[in-house]
Design a protein around this ligand. Structure first.
Ligand code: HMH
Length: 232
């Protein structure tokens, strides 16, 4: 029988500064690195990604962002107190202003038809990611919500800080990278990791195991999503 907390303790015992989120990431391989090193992000950074392909990705990603924003709402509601609500609330503020505007301007710029903006056909990988986000919101478990947030945000920080931006990048591609490699975003991801690690200490065995499962499942969904939106 798998005992996630015992497994983590064994891993941690061999390290001088063990962190739960490092263990979660390591145990998500090879999916984790497949997302961070995804060819979509290389094409995006080099500027070789055609506008139509970027728009297709952004249409599907807007299908992620909708239930993702709702999940943040659940997290704000289920957080233990005001300190967490402030950090999460400020992130939602950015998501629904600066980031939402990048989607809207991408749809304008690349002539995405009205139906694809509001009621597109979601790929199966998008639909199952949406289901995971909704399920996690309905779980009422702040730990599971944080696990999903750590995965989605840390992965995006991972690719955005890995790639080198081309010199003559489309301004919208540049903005998309900039949203995910900024100092503010790095600070937010560091906060998410720390909070997940703190909350994890309060979980019983069953809750801990569910949180671990949620983390791994989310990494798998991320990989499937990016493979589906871009085949290279
Ligand atoms: C699929 C996906 N994962 C993570 C992010 C970052 O929030 C995003 N925009 N899309």
């Amino acid at each position: 029988m798998s005992m996630p907390r015992t497994d983590y303790a064994a891993w941690a015992a061999e390290r001088s500064a063990p962190r739960l989120t490092d263990w979660l990431r390591e145990t998500s391989e090879p999916d984790w690195s497949a997302v961070v090193n995804h060819p979509l992000f290389d094409a995006l950074a080099e500027g070789s990604l055609p506008g139509e392909a970027f728009a297709d990705y952004m249409v599907q990603d807007y299908g992620f962002v909708d239930p993702f924003t709702a999940l943040l709402g659940h997290a704000i509601g289920h957080a233990p107190g005001m300190a967490d609500r402030v950090v999460l609330g400020q992130f939602v503020g950015m998501l629904t202003s600066d980031e939402n505007s990048v989607f809207q301007r991408t749809f304008e710029t690349f002539g995405v038809p009205e139906t694809d903006r509001n009621a597109p056909e979601y790929l199966p990988a998008t639909a199952s990611f949406q289901q995971l986000l909704r399920e996690t919101g309905a779980s009422e478990s702040y730990a599971q919500m944080l696990a999903v947030l750590v995965v989605t945000e840390w992965l995006y920080l991972g690719w955005a800080t890995r790639i080198t931006r081309g010199e003559i990048l489309h301004p919208l591609y540049d903005e998309w990278v900039g949203l995910h490699d900024s100092q503010a975003f790095q600070t937010f991801v560091a906060w998410l990791r720390r909070r997940l690690e703190e909350i994890a200490e309060t979980l019983d065995e069953t809750e801990f195991a569910r949180m671990v499962e949620r983390f791994h499942e989310t990494v798998a969904r991320e990989r499937a999503f990016h493979d589906a939106v871009y085949s290279g």
